[in-house]
Design a binder for this molecule. Structure first.
Ligand SMILES: NC(=O)C1=CN([C@@H]2O[C@H](COP(=O)(O)OP(=O)(O)OC[C@H]3O[C@@H](n4cnc5c(N)ncnc54)[C@H](OP(=O)(O)O)[C@@H]3O)[C@@H](O)[C@H]2O)C=CC1
Ligand SMILES: Nc1c(N[C@@H]2O[C@H](COP(=O)(O)O)[C@@H](O)[C@H]2O)[nH]c(=O)[nH]c1=O
Length: 601
């Protein structure tokens, strides 16, 4: 029902439309207060070490009567502050929170504050993303008789998109941390209009305006750590501090250097200003390591220095948010490793030229524009004379328990609890569960259009070719062979999709009704052939699997969780099937291994 109903002359004869409009109006108000709580929660940024952001607004039917935000971990909860501010107005009022309270210490401070004060309704932006806290406060409040409405669950998604997005953005670091088990990483750089981050000589001070650089100081203050590569230390002698005087949070400064061929005199070795860690290759320049230690710089050796291992290390230290301020060599390595989630590019209206002048991202091994990584949720902001372009390389995992919906989850795997089961997101092949992707290079053996068992280089090759098997158009056979010999899964996908789009007459008539069956067959073959993939799939037992593609609304979750996630569903179904019948499963694995041996990889 749309608000246009208000303007129809006959609306007085349609009481349901009035009810719906009022209903929408209430939801719009709910959404605006939740958004206000999310905006409030962001206020503590830069003051203390990054932590989950909590904000709370208490409102009566007429006004906002109290609000608060968590200043730092361990300080008075946002909910308690809001209750104290609202005083006696709490009785019968509604409390709005951007995120479900997380009673980490088990004392239910926030929840009891609401109950004792007489709050009757609580509207929650998002459930707490941490497994052991998710749903707990909501359940307790409901048990105590309060009405609890969660955006997207009890309040329909259509009217609350902005509010929900604010809730996700404000706690993106925690959401990535809990879903992907790495800290949230932002790559930031300043480049000229001709795409250079320094002159050919390596000189780079300054590309962006003073205003942009102040913005960067704020980004640093919101981060747990700032990372650069050894080369940037040699060229720039950076300080990497947020410059907010005596108060405020100081991020850890981290240098990644394999060689440790670093200068003896450097701003980063002055740890009176801020602490510094140097991450290096095991055994590198021991004498220099000693020198750094004598300066108070911590040196951490890695067996193989790479962005993923460094992120795992920082995850174990409890870090939430990392700012990468490196040059193109390290940024390319970090992007390839799949650890960068967001990009902030400051573009300055300057041209420096220079064939060998460095650019923000080095070699990624891509050869065609179709392989380019596309940012999502892109925003453009003018800062001084520069334009700041920001966007996500990976969608914020919103941990929405309705992927798939409650009923569907239970139908697929009755052992799963839609609210309490962890969610495993997979998308790119280099992700931790990247082998679940149909783009993973795992050849399978299945019949071709003549019924002869042949090798398909990936599930993607098989799936795309099947679109044209049994087509009424005799020319369709040519496409099957062309797709089967595509050089990569990406190429097979492009060919299949393009042909389907440009020559719909080539596609078999029953494709829409058969495509899930085709996919299931291919997945079953893949996960039977490769014992390690089979173990990986079974190891996810108890978790909800979600293909995190922002673009694919059928096989993936879509950008905002609106996708149908059929790939995740089929994998869960397959997992149940494998787990359900041990003997059949063993037989399938044995047959699979036999097939595997027949594949000429
Ligand atoms: N405008 C801007 O926003 C910025 C500009 N710059 C400019 O960029 C230039 C430096 O660029 P660049 O050389 O790319 O600098 P990087 O910051 O990317 O440093 C590269 C160095 O990082 C170390 N490293 C450690 N692990 C890895 C890994 N897995 N992959 C790649 N490198 C790794 C190596 O150090 P080692 O050799 O010690 O082993 C390597 O030489 C300078 O001129 C600087 O002024 C730099 C940052 C931002
Ligand atoms: N040149 C350049 C940036 N360069 C980045 O900032 C670092 C220097 O930081 P500091 O020593 O703390 O001022 C430098 O090593 C590099 O990482 N940043 C920007 O916002 N704009 C610019 O034009």
């Amino acid at each position: 029902m749309t608000t246009a109903m208000w303007f129809t002359p006959s609306f007085t004869r349609h009481p349901t439309s009035i009810i719906n409009c009022t209903y929408n109006h209430h939801h719009a108000l709910d959404a605006s207060y939740v958004k206000r709580a999310a905006d409030l929660s962001d206020k503590s940024a830069c003051f203390t070490s990054p932590h989950p952001n909590f904000g709370c607004v208490i409102a009566t039917a007429r006004n906002v009567v109290g609000e608060g935000y968590l200043y730092a971990q361990g300080t008075k909860p946002a909910e308690v502050q809001a209750v104290e501010a609202a005083g006696e107005y709490c009785r019968g009022a509604t409390a709005y929170v951007n995120m479900e309270p997380g009673d980490c210490h088990g004392d239910f401070t926030a929840v009891s504050a609401f109950i004792k004060a007489g709050i009757t309704r609580v509207v929650v932006g998002i459930r707490h993303p941490l497994q052991h806290l998710r749903g707990k406060a909501i359940q307790t409040l409901r048990t105590q008789g309060l009405q609890v409405d969660v955006l997207g669950e009890d309040i329909p998604s259509i009217s609350i998109q902005d509010a929900l997005k604010s809730c996700l953005v404000v706690n993106a670091p925690l959401l990535y941390r809990s879903a992907c088990r790495v800290p949230f990483s932002v790559l930031k750089y300043a480049m000229t209009l001709d795409g250079k981050i320094a002159a050919t000589s390596g000189h780079s001070t300054w590309i962006s305006s003073t205003k942009s650089r102040s913005h960067v100081f704020e980004l640093r203050g919101r981060s747990d750590a700032v990372i650069v590569g050894g080369s940037t230390v040699r060229k720039d002698n950076p300080r990497l501090t947020p410059r907010h005087g005596s108060g405020g949070h100081l991020p850890m400064r981290i240098v990644m250097s394999q060689t440790l061929d670093l200068p003896e005199v450097a701003n980063l070795w002055d740890v009176r200003e801020a602490p510094t860690i140097v991450a290096t290759q095991r055994g590198a320049r021991r004498s220099f390591q000693k020198f750094l230690a004598s300066k108070g710089v911590e040196v951490v050796e890695f067996d193989s220095l790479n962005p993923k291992d460094v992120m795992d290390y920082l995850y174990d230290l409890g870090y939430l948010s990392i700012l990468w301020e490196c040059g193109g060599a390290l940024s390319a390595s970090a992007i390839s490793a799949g650890v960068i989630h967001k990009v902030h590019a400051f573009v300055a209206p300057k041209i420096i030229g220079g064939k060998n002048a460095p650019s923000p991202v080095g070699e990624l091994g891509m050869v065609e524009m179709t392989q380019a990584l596309e940012l999502i949720d892109v925003s453009y902001e003018q800062i001084g004379s520069d334009v700041l372009i920001s966007g996500y390389l990976q969608p914020i995992p919103d941990m929405t328990p309705v992927i798939p919906s409650v009923d569907e989850t239970l139908a697929i795997d009755p052992s799963l609890s839609p609210y309490d089961s962890p969610i495993i997101f997979f998308y790119k092949t280099w992700d931790p569960y990247g082998s679940f992707s149909n783009f993973s290079s795992h050849p399978i053996r299945l019949p071709d259009e003549n019924g002869d068992c042949v090798t398909w280089s990936s599930v993607q090759h098989y799936y795309q070719a099947q679109k044209f098997v049994g087509s009424c158009n005799p020319n369709a056979r040519n496409y099957i062979e062309v797709i089967r010999s595509a050089k990569s899964p990406e190429e097979a996908a492009q060919m299949g999709r393009r042909t389907q789009r440009e020559h719909p007459d080539m596609v078999r008539a029953d494709w829409e009704s058969m495509k899930r069956e085709v996919m299931y067959k291919a997945l079953k073959c893949k996960f039977s052939i490769y014992p390690h993939l089979n173990s990986m799939l079974l190891s996810t037992s108890g978790s909800i699997l979600v293909e995190a593609s922002p673009h694919d609304l059928f096989w993936g979750r879509g950008r905002d969780g609106e996708g149908l996630n059929y790939l995740g569903r089929l994998l869960m179904k397959l997992r149940s099937e494998f787990l359900g019948d041990d003997d059949t499963h063993k037989l399938e694995i044995l047959q699979g291994i036999e097939n595997f041996n027949n594949i000429n990889i």
